[in-house]
Design a protein around this ligand. Sequence first.
Ligand code: IPD
Ligand code: CA
Ligand code: CA
Length: 258
Amino acid sequence: MHPMLNIAIRAAREAGRIIAYNFEQSSISVAEKAKNDLVTNIDRECEQKITEVLLKSYANHCIKGEEFGVVGNPDSEFVWIIDPIDGTTNFYRGVPHVAVSIGLKVKGVTTVGVIYDPIRNELFTAARGEGAQLNSKRIRVSDTRSLDSAVLATAYPHRLKEKTDYFNRIFLKIFAKSADFRRAGTASLDLAYVAAGRLDGYYEMNLKPWDMCAGELICREAGAIVTDFDGASNYYENGNIVVANPQLIKELLKLIRE
Ligand code: IPD
Ligand code: CA
Ligand code: CA
């Protein structure tokens, strides 16, 4: 196994322990960072723990976390991108659908990814060129060939309500042609579920790097195509991501771009 994947798994499991321990506790304190954007004391505790584990092994690396920004060596070629709790709204409300997401970019190329669901004890992992796994077993995207039998995931633009009309136009076109949709509230798990073939595709607007870094690698290593809404690779810049198996991606992109 890639040695850095090993350390990423250790960090994700430590954070997962903190999440599971605190799940449904009444002592969680919450603050609104921006409209519809929550942070709890547990998000911060998890990010601190992940940072501590990573820097213990790789003191000279750079960490970019959702809650504390850049820590460590800002000039390092090794940049860890961390979402300590993806699905904070779920976590805070006691909805058992949350994950820790840790990705590593080496000279800008995503090389290692871990998404850990501590409630179900599901660990999604990938290292570049080595495939993707769920709890150490190889995973692949679904082989669904046409949208009319596809179950997809997305998310409402809850932090960008001025985009609601744009979102609705896309959604209605795709909904009309697909089997059904899920909106579960944890982007990293939407990506992981596409990689595992549980969902056939997923798209969302306005994501941050920490929502998708681990997931885009796990998806690609599981055979998915990952693009932005234009079919290009600028999803880190514009925040808009589309993921599906190679059979469905064209159909999805056509409807999004029309
Ligand atoms: C959010 C979740 C949600 C997605 C949002 C993300 P957070 O992350 O992944 O599913 O729709 O775009 O920001 O704030 O819970 O880490
Ligand atoms: Ca997130
Ligand atoms: Ca988060």
